[in-house]
Every structure is written in C-alpha cells, then in structure tokens.
Design a protein around this ligand. Structure first.
Ligand SMILES: Nc1ncnc2c1ncn2[C@@H]1O[C@H](COP(=O)(O)OP(=O)(O)OP(=O)(O)O)[C@@H](O)[C@H]1O
Ligand SMILES: [Mg+2]
Ligand SMILES: [Mg+2]
Length: 662
C-alpha cells in the first residue's frame, strides 16, 4: 500500500542520517502494530488473546500444564491462567538485576522456544507474542506461582509500573496474564466478542486432548439469544473426531464414517491428526492448524493432505477400473469437504507473526506420507462408501468441465444477444476469466475511469447518485429501479432466487466510489444490494472495494498519495516532517487525471483492493457471525437512517469493512 503511494517520489533533497530512526524497546510495536498483529482491527484485537492462550497451550502440549482458564470480565479484561511451570523469574544472565520475566515482557525476540530444549513442538517461536500483547495493553498484570511463592508485576503500555514483587506463599504453580487492550491503539469502541473467544478456547481443547480449558465470561456481555455459554469446561478426549461430529450434527455424508485418525511422524518429528467428511449437501469448510495455531490460509500441511487424498482417490479409481476417476482434481476432492487437520512439528515456519499460513516445506511430505496409507486402507475397507464418494467426485469433475464449456459459449452469445445497458463500457475479452467491472459513482468519474481502464479486461458502469436502499424498499420498487436494473443486466447473473454464479459476466465486481462519506454511503447501499440479492457473488469472493486516495501531498517534485486523514497525518509527520508541502484534496474520482486514477486505484499491478467477505453459513464455527451479520445489515440498512449515518461517519474509511462483514 505505502509503496503505491510513495513510489512517485523522485527526488529527496534533504535526506540524511538524521532522518533514519532507530526505535527502542517495544516502541516499534506501538508505532507499527500491523507488522506484529496484522493491523488494529477486530481480528488483530482478538489475536492478542490468541498469543497469550498459545503460550499456555505450548506449556500444556509440552506436558507441563493440564488446565487453562480463560476469562472475560465485565470491563473487557482478559485473564489467561495455566498450571504450568511458570515464566522464570530469576535474574537473566545477560541483564543483571532484571528478571527473565521482565526481559520476556519488555524485549522483542526473547523466549524459550528458539531451541527444542524446553519446548518440543510449540506454537510460539518468535519470542515476540507476549511482549507485543504487553506493548499494546494499557494494563497488564503478570502473576507467576513458582517454588511455592507468588510473584506479581504490573505493566502499562509495555513499561513496568514497579518491580517484580513477592506476594508470599502459593500452593499452586503456573502463570496468569491479565490484560486490557489499549484503546489508544484499537479505538475506544473496540471490545472482545465473547463468542470469538469461546470458539478459540473450544478449538484449542479439541486440538489437544490432554488439556482442560475452563471458559468463563461475565453474563452481562452475552446477548439473550447468544449460543455462547457464560461458563463451560472444555475437554474432548475424542479430539478432532469430536470436533467434526459436533460440526456435522445430523448432516448426511457420502461415506458411512468420517475419515479420521492420528499418527506420529517417524523419528520424533511430531505428529498429525485429521478428521474429514464429505457432506451430501456439498457445504464444506476447512480448518487447519499447526502446533494448535490456526492457519486459515492453509499451507504445506494442507497441501500434503490434498495430495494424499487426491492420489488416494485416483488410485482407488484405477484399482476399481473406473477410468473416469482420472479427471478428478484436488479441488473436487477438497472443495466441498469438511476438513479438520492438525499437525505438531518442531520449529515450524509461518508467514508473519499472525501465523496464517504454514510454510515449512517438510510438512507436505510428512503429512502426505502419513495419511496416504491410512487413506488407501480406509477406502478399501468400505467399498460401498468409497464407490459412492468417488462417483460423486467424478460427477463434480464432469459438471465442472461442462460449466466451463457453456460459460465460454455463454458469454460470447450473451455479449451479443443481451441488451446491455447503454452506459456500460464493456470490455472486449469474451470470457469472464480475468475480467472486472467497475461500478463507478457518477458520470464524470465514469469518464475518467473509461480513459484509465484496460479495454480488454476492464468494464465501466457509471451509476447515477444514490442507488435505492433495497433493505427498506419493496420488491416492486426494486424491480422498477433503473440503476439496479442496469447493474443486474450488466452482471448477467440474475437476482434473488434466479441468481446463478456461473452466469456472472466478470470475474471481479469492484465498487469504486469517492473516498468520502457520500462515497461510503453509496458503497454500503451497493453492498446491501449484493448481500440481499446476490449473496453468492459475495460468498464466492467476487465482490471488491477499490481504494482511491483522498489527498495528494507534494513537496517540490515529490508527491505522494494518502488514502485517508490518518494516512495523511502520518505522511506529514514522517515523510514530509518539517517540510513546506502542498496538499490537494480530491473532491471526487472525477477530479483525478486518468493516469492518476489508473496508477492509484485501477491498475492491477499497483492498486489495493479490499475483498468483501461474509461468514460461511455452512460452517458451524461461523453460525453466530452469520446471524450477527444479518442483524447488522438490518440494523444499518433498515428503516433507521440515523443508525446508518452514524455508522458510516465512524467507518467512512472503508478499511473496516471486514468488521461489518458485508
Ligand atoms: N504461560 C507460560 N508459561 C511458561 N512460560 C511462558 C508462558 N508464556 C510465555 N512463556 C515464556 O515466555 C517466552 C516468550 O513468550 P512470547 O509469547 O513472547 O514468545 P514465544 O512464545 O517464544 O514466541 P511467539 O512470539 O511465536 O509467541 C516463551 O518462549 C516462554 O519461554
Ligand atoms: Mg508465544
Ligand atoms: Mg517476548
């Protein structure tokens, strides 16, 4: 992002050693939280709890703790307590007069997990997690019970508020971390969602049978219809199979039993556990983990599983002389399956501190080798089930091939036959692959966008003014609305129950409105329309928001674009510190030169897009989010404009669109 806005810099006149800053201690964390927890949004906020819980889990998986308490109190303080060894409190050899505890809490890259000496397969590995939580909390207290003594130290924003003190005798052992997220970082409105924390705790208990997690939450934080309990003891001796069964409930699956198991890797390299089912309704989900850390973006362990399952099924096809099995791909096998996969390995490598993706290369080989034999065995153990499964997957592969064919034909004839709206500037490519349509606010912006686009792949549809608010309009009114009709026609995929993702004429639908409150309003009206009338378009990841800049800041020959006020202030305080600058504010997209618009907002190589996401309604883990999203949309887009206006003003930056999840 900042590259995009800063690469127009040509000349730096007074750039010297004094411009180079070195941040000390935990300052970098407070200055650039994104680098450590992936942002300052809700997801990042909840990640704080994950870091602290991960440390307690590491202690449990290493065999030193059997119980963990996770508590959310009425003022939003989170308490994580374990009965493990306790963070060491003796003086650190390298820092005389400072306890190891204080070093851990105040120094990045300090920890006991860099070698395999005290932890074998830990989720922690960077020595960063706890210090980051400390830096981003306005209050944090750590209690350690060790050698029958209790020790306590208080912190605020990463700084000790006094020495580590001994509080007297203790007849237990372990670590307790109590923290309150800093509103200066996360905003006054930020708060922990009980259901997210509960789910986090529950998934940890499923992932490691040897731990009991006691969840508790102040009842006043739970809404009356919430499915989250105020208190629960989580302990699952059946591991991932328990998890899968709870997730599937009464749903029917293609095979009689799920494919599940657990196995140690050879030479104490760790282990793998899995539970997989193919539901008849094709509504799948995939949750993968490494050392109990969720990896929502998958990675090498998931790739190993893909390979094992796909090879296994194809092999089974050969074995049973079913030639059609050859066309089955990994996507057919994995795409609609309910998948739970957990690995424990030494020294895992993740992408970034939030650990969303596993990149350890060996994990692929280890998982594939471990699961392959089991899978072959499982397939030949129940021929009736296996045959049914294979037939279903072949059907999928054939449907896919057919769709592809008709899609190619479809769009060609569709472009010719359909009466496309007159103001649509369509792209010239004949198949949807690689194409996008920009929904642009107003005719003048539409004009700039037409000049800025790539004709082959980018189409432009200018929309006039506010579109109809579909959440509070009758369906007749909707059908009569010209702007919405044009939009529906241009997309070609139908609305409501006639919606069909396959007929979508473009791969991406991009909402491009001005970076101001009006623009935010139009974008949210459009998102509501898509959410209500073309839900599949969002579910399948086709809807995006463009991020046009709001300001241009220039000093001499150097000019940089800022996407919002915060970014502008940041640039003024950093890049342009003490310089006399000229700031121009774009009143709208139409004011930008086509070349500027292309470079900052439309060019796929340089722009940033936000993908609009909604929770997956098939995934029981997300059921509460699905409900929350519905309520939120009704609240915001229903008949009470004042709520909507307030929300838009608070969120006009768009950057929080993940929060509203529409
Ligand atoms: N609950 C705990 N019980 C015992 N030791 C702990 C606990 N929490 C933290 N520690 C110790 O503090 C160290 C630092 O923790 P921190 O979370 O900062 O980093 P890490 O877990 O090593 O790596 P990561 O940054 O990946 O989380 C750990 O390596 C461990 O030695
Ligand atoms: Mg850690
Ligand atoms: Mg640390």
């Amino acid at each position: 992002m900042s590259d995009l806005f800063e690469n127009t810099a040509r000349k730096a006149e007074t750039y010297s050693a004094q411009d180079i800053e070195v941040l000390e201690g935990l300052e970098p964390v407070r200055r650039r939280p994104g680098m450590y927890i992936g942002g300052t949004d809700d997801r990042a906020l909840h990640h704080l709890v994950a870091e602290v819980l991960d440390n307690a889990m590491d202690e449990a998986v290493a065999g030193h703790a059997s119980r963990i308490d996770l508590e959310l109190t009425v003022d939003g303080t989170v308490v994580v307590r374990d009965n493990g060894r306790g963070i060491p409190i003796d003086d650190h050899p390298k820092y005389p007069g400072k306890s190891a505890l204080e070093v851990i809490l105040t120094t990045l890259h300090s920890g006991g997990k860099f070698s395999n000496k005290v932890y074998q397969t830990s989720g922690g590995l960077h020595g960063v997690g706890l210090s980051v939580v400390n830096a981003l909390s306005d209050r944090l207290t750590v209690e350690v019970a060790r050698d029958r003594q209790l020790y306590v130290q208080h912190y605020s924003r990463g700084l000790p508020q006094g020495p580590l003190t001994r509080q007297g005798a203790a007849n237990r052992r372990g670590t307790t971390i109590r923290f309150h997220a800093d509103p200066d970082i996360f905003g006054e409105a930020a708060h922990f969602e009980p259901h997210r924390l509960y789910r986090l705790a529950r998934s940890k208990a499923y992932l490691y049978r040897g731990v009991e997690i006691r969840w508790s939450c102040d009842p006043s934080l739970l809404s009356p219809d919430s499915t989250t309990p105020a208190q629960e003891t989580l302990h699952f001796p059946g591991g991932l199979l328990d998890y899968l069964n709870a997730a599937l409930k009464e749903r029917r699956t293609m095979t009689r039993l799920p494919f599940s198991g657990a196995l140690d890797f050879p030479n104490q390299q760790g282990r793998v556990e899995w539970a997989i089912a193919w539901p008849e309704d094709d509504e799948g989900f995939s949750h993968t983990y490494c050392n109990t850390v969720p990896t929502p973006q998958g990675g090498t362990h998931e790739a190993g599983l893909r390979a094992a399952l796909t090879r296994g099924l194809k092999g089974y096809g050969e074995l049973t002389n079913n030639k059609r099995a050859a066309q089955v791909t990994a996507d057919d096998v994995m795409g609609d399956a309910c998948i739970l996969l957990s690995v424990f390995i030494r020294e895992p490598h993740f992408q970034g501190q939030t650990k969303e993706k596993l990149v350890t290369a060996e994990a692929h080989r280890l998982v594939e080798a471990a699961i392959k034999d089991h899978f072959d065995h499982w397939l030949s153990g129940d021929p009736a089930s296996s045959k049914a499964l294979l037939e279903r997957l072949i059907e999928k592969a054939e449907e896919r091939a057919k769709r592809k064919q008709s899609k190619e034909l479809g769009r060609k004839s569709a472009t010719r036959r359909l009466r496309l709206p007159g103001k649509l500037a369509d792209c010239s490519r004949n198949s949807p692959e690689g194409t996008e349509i920009f929904l642009v606010e107003g005719d003048s912006a539409g004009g700039s966008a037409k000049q800025a686009r790539n004709r082959e792949t980018q189409a432009i549809l200018p929309l006039r003014g506010k579109i109809l608010n579909v959440a509070s309009a009758s369906s007749d009114k909707m059908k009569a609305n010209q702007e919405l009709n044009d939009l529906t026609q241009a997309l070609g995929c139908g609305v409501g129950k006639d919606f069909s993702s396959d007929k979508l004429r473009y791969e991406r639908v991009i909402i491009m409105t001005d970076a101001d409150v009006d623009g935010a309003h139009i974008a949210s009206l459009l998102m509501t329309f898509f959410y209500r009338e073309m839900g599949g378009l969002i579910q399948n990841g086709h809807l995006y928001l463009a991020l046009p800049p709001l300001y241009r800041i220039s000093h001499g020959a150097k000019s940089v674009y800022a996407r919002d006020d915060a970014h502008k202030d940041q640039l003024l305080n950093k890049t342009f510190k003490g310089k006399k600058v000229e700031i121009s504010r774009f009143k709208g997209l139409g004011e930008m030169m086509p070349a500027q618009l292309r470079e900052t907002t439309m060019d796929p190589a340089k722009r940033t897009l936000l993908r609009v996401v909604v929770p997956n309604s098939a995934d029981p883990e997300q059921a509460e989010d699905v409900k929350a999203t519905k309520t939120r949309v009704e609240e915001l887009m229903g008949r009470r404009p004042e709520l909507r206006f307030q929300f838009i003003q608070e969120n006009a930056k768009f950057v929080r669109v993940d929060d509203i999840d529409v």
